[in-house]
Write a protein that binds this ligand. Structure first.
Ligand code: ZN
Length: 410
């Protein structure tokens, strides 16, 4: 996507500021002459920023303004040990609320809505982001936080909440409880804003039907404000992002090369206005693509597709990038195939071979199904696999998100 003049100017201004004072980016960009950055192409030669860089700056190394300007910190979950701390100025907090307000508006939510917020409050950016955006919109917030399903449903009924903000798994849990308790006619929800993660169409349909809501995927990450930097509109699944606050690139996760619009790769974000902890070319590890062309809704904001997965899940075989979500989607459309599968990639006799194990329903015509899966894989993903059908329950299960792709080549 072509960088706008206004984006280029903001980036230049930010680079000048960051290289002229002692901070994280002064070191990171050492030896780079900002005056020599004259075009998008020059910008694309700047080094990426990785989550590991941010971790090394723990605790407050990312702070790019004097401390008296910082009003708050947030932290991303430290699943690998050291968390990332992001400092926010008052302006950052306001900018985030403004973006979030736009998200609600994009979803058709108004100041007459009652918004029940179930994501957690605290160090995490979720709950408070939903809250600030809703208050800026002028809606009535029901700030629940997570858990306590009894109270959650009681408030939902008594306060006549019209909007649910939740993770997909919690939305599903509430939907199932509502059905189980037979209280659907006492629920007034008409929209749900779901923190964007990869989730299947089947789950989407169940939540939409059982809660009786229109669903909206909201995207964001703590390193870049938090949720609220993109959301889908009523017309379609792709998400509009706020290109006056962030500059977004899609790069090949392996080579780092910027990809043309429409091609799937890793989302890389540069903040345009962030003060407390600006980011230049931050690798999100989220996979998506820029959706070319204009949206039928008329919004001028550009779009990225629903997240396709994480770069950690991707495997490249014979020049084809393969994501678990593609395999899941393909299998979901085939009668007799279950959703359980496993992929093995091996290097045999000088060639890469992809073997797909799929659990199948008892009594199917195995030969016919094998051919069908092979054909569909080739047609939809672009490569012919070796297909092995196994009985239900044969593939390993785990409580956690199970690893389904095993790359044995290296
Ligand atoms: Zn749209």
């Amino acid at each position: 996507m072509k960088m706008k003049e206004s984006q280029f100017l903001l980036i230049k201004e930010q680079l000048k500021k960051l290289t002229s004072q002692e901070c994280f980016y002064q070191k990171k960009l050492e030896g780079i002459d900002v005056d020599q950055i004259k075009s998008q192409e020059d910008f694309e030669k700047l080094p990426f920023t990785w989550k590991g860089d941010l971790r090394e700056a723990y605790p407050l190394g990312l702070m790019a303004v004097p401390e008296e300007e910082i009003v708050r910190i947030h932290s991303s979950s430290g699943t690998t040990g050291i968390p990332v701390i992001i400092p926010y100025t008052r302006q950052d907090v306001e900018d985030w609320a403004e973006m979030f307000k736009r998200c609600y508006e994009m979803a058709g939510i108004t100041n007459m809505d009652r918004i029940q917020i179930t994501p957690g409050y605290g160090l995490w950016t979720a709950g408070i982001g939903f809250q600030n955006g809703a208050e800026r919109l002028g809606a009535m917030v029901v700030p629940m936080g997570p858990g306590n399903t009894d109270k959650q449903l009681r408030m939902m009924m008594d306060m006549k909440s019209t909007v649910l903000c939740a993770t997909s798994s919690y939305a599903l849990l509430l939907a199932e409880e509502i059905e189980k308790r037979g209280i659907k006619d006492r629920i007034h929800l008409n929209r749900a804003v779901i923190g964007s993660e990869r989730w299947g169409d089947k789950m989407r349909k169940r939540i939409a039907n059982e809660l009786g809501v229109k669903l909206f995927d909201i995207y964001g990450l703590t390193e870049v404000y938090g949720p609220g930097i993109a959301i889908n509109c009523e017309k379609q699944g792709a998400m509009h992002y706020w290109d006056d606050y962030i500059y977004l690139e899609i790069v090949d996760p392996k080579t780092g090369e910027v990809l043309p619009d429409g091609e799937v790769g890793e989302i890389v974000i540069t903040t345009l206005r962030k003060q407390g902890a600006p980011l230049i070319r931050y690798r999100t590890h989220d996979l998506s693509r820029i959706v070319p062309g204009d949206c039928p809704c008329g919004s001028p904001y550009p779009r990225i597709d629903t997240l396709i997965g994480r770069t950690d899940d991707m495997v490249k075989v014979k020049g084809v990038n393969i994501f678990p979500s593609q395999i899941e989607e393909m299998l979901a459309a085939i009668d007799g195939a279950s959703s359980e599968y496993q992929v093995m990639v091996d290097h045999l006799l000088g060639k890469d071979v992809l073997t797909l194990f799929v659990e199948v329903q008892p009594g199917v015509n195995k030969y016919g199904l094998e051919i069908e899966i092979q054909d569909q894989f080739k047609y939809k993903i672009g490569l012919t696999p070796v297909v092995k059908l196994v009985e239900i329950g044969e593939l390993p299960r785990s409580e956690k998100k199970s690893t389904r792709v095993f790359d044995n080549r290296y």
